[in-house]
Design a protein around this ligand. Sequence first.
Ligand code: SP5
Ligand code: ZN
Length: 348
Amino acid sequence: MKIICSDAHEQHDPPFEIFEGGQVLPVFENPDRMKRTLDVLRQTAWAEFAPPRDFGLAPILAVHSADYVEYLQTALAEWQRDGGQVASQQVTPVVLGATFPPRRSRHTSAHIAAKAGYYSFDLSCPIVAGTFTAAVTAAHCALTGAELLLGGERAVFALCRPPGHHAGRDFAGGYCYLNNAAIAARHLAAHGRTAILDVDYHAGNGTQDIFYDSADVLTLSLHADPERQYPYFAGFADETGEGAGLGYHHNFLLPRGADDEAYCQTLNEALARLREFAPRYLVVSFGADTFVGDPLGDLAVTTDGFRRMGALVDSLQTPTLVVMEGGYANEALGYNTVAFLETLARRP
Ligand code: SP5
Ligand code: ZN
């Protein structure tokens, strides 16, 4: 199985994150996640590593607004020109907004501190010097995987970092800047019916936002009930798309403590909808934060559960691009990821 990855992710390594309650913590979404995942993939007999191809910005702009992409690209320089705030004990320059637009704002603002708030829905997406390069390269990893599917490959893994499923058309959040899975899916959709299946612990609100009014990409997400968990404002069962997209988005909610059996049961419901849609290509937003030991989660999926999930996805017999999203139990992340991929990797 081809694994598409790049060292460019190392350039995105923000010095802190601000958690609920204002706690300043080391970043859960860190370069070590990737290192650990690669370490375990290297021990398999089937992983074949390949670099991303450069697709430029065009396929990214097919998903994200031009003003948002330009903001991501130029924010740090603009912040520094403006004399943007740098915390006193902190050496790494970081763009991070602290003012968010009220819902009925009558004006936008050209001020960089305002744009930093406008283009994010939380405090978990600081922009450092290498963030844009890392995010674009992650999108290119997903696009390279998509191209391989178009070339006849049965299953590919895009080891993307930063992740993408919380990033919407014009917003960052939840460690996500560019929606890698959505960018790959839009690229694939030009060649055949495409679906995204999101199995990260958190609702894929960015993916939901991007395809909400469109029927050409079916989007399904399994996640912790947003009543009790981030991202709080999306991922509810009654959100099923709008306009032409009505009936082409589905959220499957999981209770606290859901184990392998409960998870696979819900996954089977989602797979039934997928079988009915009969996509030519499938993109899986894979997060291992459903793991029983994950510091951000509250589900109880085991490493064997990830193996079962991968086998269920494999049973669709659809060409599949797996895109890395979350998963923060770093010691287990590689094992959980490999367990999920194993059946797909052995496709003839
Ligand atoms: C890609 C991805 O998985 N992003 C996740 C971002 C989650 N950030 C917000 C977490 C706040 C939720 N409270 C956690 C309680 C821990 N016991
Ligand atoms: Zn997640």
